[in-house]
Design a protein around this ligand. Structure first.
Ligand code: GLT
Ligand code: MN
Ligand code: MN
Length: 388
């Protein structure tokens, strides 16, 4: 049966306005593509079978423009969402572009900047609520330092937590149905960014007063920049019930934040990631936060967007095929995959401890066991290569 690689809204694929809207600017060169206006952008995404879109306040409403002008931009966005059937799946604040944020937003040393940053987020939370966005992302791109002499990190984290708790209070006070998702990143644009990895961010959330409404928005590229396994980060985030959103793209280890087309680089890592998302019961959106190569014109942007979706659906099909292969079931049984789901000793009781103390282990026999991981992994590779 030929693979069906057609996206449908129920797949819940989403794109940020800034992704297909990316004009190819980088630190060494100016824009290479014309501005893609909101109406053709949303029409193009809807034609691809996309479910929804996300935005920064400043992607959609001109920063600093008179209220009437911003209202007109918002109304056009709403009208186009209605016409295309796309939903607004996530909103976020641009707290990184304007020079006012050069020393940070929630963690700027200047209290006036910090107060302005919180106000900017409050204003856009009102817009997010109006558009029905269930998730609000916080990517703290400017929350960091070049020189550690410039901030006491412990104070910065206190101000970060204070801002998020204040904004959570605002959401509750207004009875908005919105949850927060923090997006870790190790560096770029700052020399060091606070909350650099999934692990740092999970630990930070546990200190918040409103920790129940704050989860994560991990991004493939950002964990990979640190040389960490994105798969392992997402698995732990799921285990802690904190996967509120996900930024899908691609990246090579040790490079700048490349934001490549999903599935264009780490195909094996992505096979495991897609299999995890598909099998875990994750029901949130699959958000592509990536952009086309700088070599591309507008046609290339649509090739890029189609490619993200095509690679996800193809890997999901490969994952299903892998999970249905009886040789895989046998290899997994040999490796003991299901045995890891069995409790080891159960909860502590005096009797259980005494029972364990009385047990004898055949250490030699246990040490000799092979786990068959080579054969199991070769089945993974065979499925990915289409030679299984
Ligand atoms: C910016 C960043 C992304 C974040 C976006 C949300 S903005 O493009 O590189 O990783 O997800 O603020
Ligand atoms: Mn991102
Ligand atoms: Mn990125």
């Amino acid at each position: 049966m030929p693979l069906d690689l057609t996206a449908r809204p129920e797949h819940k694929f989403t794109f940020g306005l800034w992704t297909v809207g990316n004009r190819g600017r980088d630190p060494f060169g100016e824009a290479v593509r014309p501005k893609l206006e909101i109406v053709p952008m949303l029409n193009g995404l809807a034609e691809l079978g996309v479910y929804g879109v996300s935005f920064h306040d400043d992607d959609m409403m001109t920063f600093g423009a008179p209220e009437a002008e911003r209202r007109a931009e918002l109304d056009l966005f709403k009208k186009t969402l209605d016409e295309t059937g796309l939903v607004c799946s996530m909103a976020t604040t641009n707290l990184f572009y304007h020079p006012i944020f050069k020393d940070g937003a929630f963690t700027s040393n200047d209290p006036q900047v910090r107060r302005f940053a919180i106000q900017k987020a409050m204003r856009n939370l009102d817009v997010a609520a109006e558009l029905g966005a269930p998730t609000y992302v916080f990517w703290g791109g400017r929350e960091g330092v070049e020189t550690a002499a410039s901030k006491d990190t412990r104070d910065a984290l206190s101000r970060y937590a204070e801002a998020l708790d204040f904004l959570a209070g605002y959401v509750k006070d207004k009875s908005y149905d919105i949850r927060f998702a923090l997006e870790p990143k190790p560096n770029e644009p700052r020399g060091d960014i606070f909350l650099p990895t999934v692990g740092h961010a999970l630990a930070f959330i546990s200190t918040l007063d409103n920790r129940e409404m704050v989860g994560l928005n991990p991004e493939v590229a950002h964990e990979t920049m640190s040389g960490l396994s994105f798969y392992q980060g997402v698995a732990q985030t799921l285990w802690q019930d904190k996967l509120f959103h996900i930024d899908l793209n691609d990246q090579r280890i040790g490079r700048f934040d490349q934001d490549f087309r999903f599935g264009s680089e780490g195909i094996k890592d992505h096979f495991f990631l897609v299999r995890l998302l598909e099998n875990s019961g994750y029901s949130g959106v699959k958000h592509f936060d990536a952009h086309a190569y700088r070599t591309e014109d507008t046609a290339g942007v649509w090739d890029f967007a189609r490619g993200c979706i095509r690679n996800y659906l193809a890997l999901a099909a490969k994952a299903r095929e892998f999970d249905q292969d009886p040789r895989v079931a046998k290899a997994m049984a040999y490796s003991g995959v299901a045995q890891l789901a069995e409790p080891t000793v159960g909860p502590y009781t005096t009797e259980a401890a005494a029972g364990l103390m009385g047990e004898h282990f055949d250490i030699e026999a246990l040490a000799q066991r092979g786990f068959g991981n080579e054969a199991l992994d070769q089945l993974v590779v065979d499925h990915i290569l289409g030679i299984a």
